[in-house]
Design a protein around this ligand. Structure first.
Ligand code: FES
Length: 620
C-alpha cells in the first residue's frame, strides 16, 4: 500500500486507490468526499449498518499516511491500530490522493444494480425504524416525541405538525410499538406496529413526449412496477419550444400545462401502485428527472426565459417539495427530489443520465449523446467534463420528414439495401412510415450503395443504373422532387402512396446530424482531443437504443469508431432517478455535477458555422 500524491493537483479531483481482496481499483472523486462515500459511489462495499453516519463504527479501513484521528476512531481502535492507519471510512475526508485497504465484509451491505451496469449501495433517504418504546409512567413523563426521538437519535430527524397530530393516538393504540418514517432529515410519520418492509419510492422520467414511472421497493432496490404514457402536454406542441411559445401567447397556458404535467404524473403513480399492489400511502418519496422546460412547467414556473436568448433558468437546483404540491396522492408528507440542471438546454434529465452512466467517475474518454429535437452532448476525458446542447430539429422523431412518424406500429425502423430492400417494421405490420432509426438506416444504406453521394444528393439515373441496377428503378420523382421508394403497397402503386425517402428528407437529416457532430467535435476540440481518442460513445434515450451503431457511424452522427465502442445506454434519465431514490450519496453526486461540469455555449462561437458546413457531408 503506497501513499500517492500530496494535496490534490488542482484538477478538481483526488484519486483513491482501494485494495479489496488483493484487487486494486482507483477511483476519482471531488476533494472532500469521505472515503466511505467514494467507495459507495463506485460500488465498493465497506461494512456499515448506519450508512455512513458515523454511528455504527463498522466501516473500518486502513489508510496509508497520516490522517486525522476522530473521537470515534479512538473509541473503535487500539493505539496500535490507529498508528497502523486504521480509521472509520465515513469520517475520513479525501483531501489528497489516498491508498485505502478495505477488509472483507462482516455484514453484507445491500446493493442494487442500477443505471448502466452500476452497483448502488442502498442508502435511501427513506429510513424506517421499528421501535418498542417504554410506556409513560409517573416516574417517566418524557414527552411522546422525546421518547420516540431518543430511540432513533442516530437519524436526528425533525418532526412536523402532521406527525405530532398523530403521535399520541398511534403510540397508545399500538402499545408504544411503532415504526418511525424518516425521509432525509424529516420525521414524516409514525406508523403502528412494524412496517419496515413497506418503503417505496417512485422514479419519474418526465420526458417532453413520454413520461415513465418506476415504483421501487427502496429497502431492496427492486423495481415493483413500471408504467409509461404520453405526456398530456402533447396538445400544446411536440417539443419544448412550442410549449414555451404557448405560454407566451396565452396567459392561461402555463396553468394548463402545469395541470397536464401533474395529471400525467398522477395517473402513472396510481397505475404503478395498483400494478404493484402497493398502498400509495407507503410511497414516501419521488425522484423526478426532466429537462429544464418540463421541470419549470410541472412546477408552474414561467418558462419564457428558457426559450429566448440569453436562455436563462429560474434556478439550477429547484428546491425539494412535497408530492402533494404536484397533485400526487401518495403519503401526505411524501417528498419530491428534483435533479439540478446545467443549462436551459442541458437539464435534470441529462444530469440523471450522467449519474446513471457514471460520466463523472469513469477515466475513459467518453461521449454521451442524447439524440432528440434538442440534442444534449457531454464529453469527459476522465478529468474534465464539458456539456452542450445542439438544436437537431424534429427529424429524428419523424417530424419534417415526408413519410416520418413516431416509433409506433407500422414505422420502418430498420432498412437494409442489397439486391432488394429489406425492412424491419415495428409490430410486423404493413409499413406506414419511417421513424428516426429507419431514417438514419435508410440514408446510411443509400450512402453505402452509392445512390446518395457525399454531399447528400441522389445520383443521376444513369449512374444509379450502373452502380445499383436492382435498386435503380426505386429512384423516381414525386412531383418535382427525387425520392427513393422504400415500400410499395402494391406493385403499381404511385410514389405518393408509397413509403419514400425524399431529397428534402435527406437534407433534414443532414442538418440534424451536422448540428450534433459539430457539437461533439467542438467539445472534443476544447479538450484537445481527436475523434479517434473517444473510447466509448453512449447513445441515450429511447431513440439511441434503437439506432444502428453502424449507420450512425456511416452518416457521421457519431465519431468514426469501431461499432463495439458505441453503446445504447437506454433510458438513463429514469435510471438516474432510481439511483437518487436508492442512495442519498448518488443524489449528492448528481448535485456535485453542477460544480464539475462546464457548459459550453456553441451559438456564439465564431467557428461554428464553418464547421457546421463541413459536417453536412456524408464523406470522410
Ligand atoms: S458507516 Fe457507520 S460508522 Fe462509518
Amino acid at each position: 500500500m503506497t501513499e500517492r500524491g500530496a494535496e490534490h493537483d488542482g484538477t478538481g479531483r483526488v484519486d483513491l486507490s482501494f485494495t479489496v481482496d488483493e484487487a486494486q481499483r482507483t477511483v476519482r472523486v471531488p476533494p472532500g468526499v469521505t472515503v466511505f462515500d467514494a467507495a459507495s459511489w463506485n460500488g465498493i462495499a465497506i461494512d456499515s449498518t448506519c450508512g455512513g453516519h458515523g454511528t455504527c463504527h463498522k466501516c473500518k479501513v486502513r489508510v496509508e499516511g497520516s490522517t486525522p484521528i476522530t473521537r470515534h476512531d479512538v473509541k473503535t481502535f487500539t493505539r496500535e491500530q490507529l498508528d497502523a492507519g486504521w480509521r472509520l471510512a465515513c469520517l475520513v475526508n479525501a483531501t489528497r490522493d489516498l491508498a485505502v485497504d478495505v477488509p472483507p465484509l462482516t455484514t453484507r451491505p445491500k446493493a442494487a444494480t442500477v443505471g448502466v451496469g452500476r452497483q448502488v449501495i442502498l442508502r435511501p433517504a427513506i429510513q424506517k425504524r421499528y421501535v418498542e418504546l417504554d410506556e409513560a409512567t409517573l416516574a417517566d413523563q418524557r414527552t411522546d416525541l422525546a421518547r420516540l426521538l431518543e430511540a432513533i437519535d442516530d437519524l436526528e430527524p425533525v418532526p412536523d405538525l402532521h406527525v405530532l397530530r398523530r403521535l399520541p393516538t398511534v403510540l397508545r393504540r399500538a402499545d408504544f410499538k411503532v415504526t418511525a418514517v424518516v425521509v432525509d432529515e424529516a420525521l414524516v410519520d409514525v406508523e403502528p406496529g412494524d412496517t419496515t418492509r413497506t418503503a417505496y419510492g417512485i422514479a419519474f422520467d418526465l420526458g417532453t413526449t413520454t413520461v415513465v414511472a418506476t415504483l421501487l421497493d427502496v429497502s431492496t432496490g427492486t423495481p415493483v412496477a413500471v408504467a409509461s404514457m404520453l405526456n398530456r402536454q402533447q396538445p400544446f406542441g411536440g417539443d419544448v419550444i412550442t410549449r414555451i411559445s404557448a405560454t407566451m401567447l396565452d396567459p392561461d397556458a402555463l396553468g394548463r400545462l402545469r395541470t397536464a404535467a401533474c395529471e400525467t404524473l398522477a395517473v402513472l403513480a396510481e397505475q404503478v401502485c395498483t400494478e404493484g399492489g402497493v398502498d400509495p400511502a407507503h410511497v414516501y418519496e419521488v425522484a423526478l428527472a426532466g429537462n429544464a422546460t418540463m421541470t419549470a412547467l410541472a412546477l408552474g414556473i414561467d418558462p419564457e426565459p428558457l426559450g429566448v436568448a440569453p436562455f436563462v433558468m429560474s434556478t439550477a437546483q429547484p428546491p425539494d417539495l412535497l408530492a402533494a404540491d404536484l397533485g400526487l396522492a401518495l403519503h401526505p408528507r411524501a417528498r419530491v427530489t428534483l435533479f439540478p440542471a446545467l443549462g436551459a438546454y442541458v437539464g435534470g434529465d441529462i444530469v440523471a443520465g450522467m449519474l446513471a452512466t457514471g460520466m463523472d467517475r469513469d477515466k475513459r474518454t467518453r461521449l454521451f449523446i442524447d439524440v432528440g429535437t434538442n440534442c444534449e452532448i457531454v464529453v469527459s476525458d476522465g478529468d474534465r467534463i464539458l456539456s452542450t446542447a445542439a438544436p437537431a430539429g424534429p427529424a429524428f422523431e419523424g417530424g419534417a420528414i415526408r413519410c416520418g412518424m413516431r416509433a409506433a406500429d407500422g414505422a420502418v425502423e430498420v432498412v437494409k439495401l442489397g439486391e432488394g430492400v429489406e425492412l424491419g417494421v415495428i409490430g410486423d405490420v404493413e409499413p406506414k412510415g419511417l421513424c428516426g432509426s429507419g431514417l438514419v438506416d435508410a440514408v446510411a444504406e443509400l450512402v453505402k450503395v452509392g445512390l446518395l453521394d457525399a454531399s447528400g444528393r441522389y445520383v443521376a439515373d444513369d449512374v444509379a443504373k450502373e452502380i445499383a441496377p436492382s435498386l435503380a428503378d426505386r429512384l423516381t420523382y414525386l412531383g418535382q422532387e427525387r425520392v427513393f421508394v422504400l415500400h410499395r403497397p402494391t406493385p403499381d402503386a404511385e410514389p405518393e402512396d408509397c413509403v419514400v425517402l425524399s431529397q428534402r428528407d435527406v437534407r433534414e437529416l443532414q442538418f440534424a446530424k451536422a448540428a450534433i457532430s459539430t457539437g461533439w467535435t467542438l467539445l472534443l476540440e476544447e479538450l484537445g482531443l481527436e475523434h479517434r481518442d473517444v473510447q466509448q460513445v453512449l447513445l441515450a434515450g429511447s431513440f439511441g437504443s434503437y439506432l444502428s451503431a453502424a449507420s450512425a457511424v456511416r452518416i457521421g452522427l457519431v465519431p468514426k469508431l469501431p461499432v463495439l465502442r458505441i453503446v445504447a445506454a437506454g433510458n438513463v434519465a429514469g435510471e438516474g432517478a432510481k439511483m437518487a431514490l436508492l442512495s442519498v450519496r448518488e443524489r449528492a453526486g448528481a448535485r456535485a455535477l453542477l460544480e464539475e461540469v462546464t457548459y459550453v455555449e456553441l451559438s456564439d462561437r465564431a467557428d461554428f458555422n464553418d464547421l457546421f458546413v463541413d459536417q453536412l457531408s456524408f464523406g470522410g
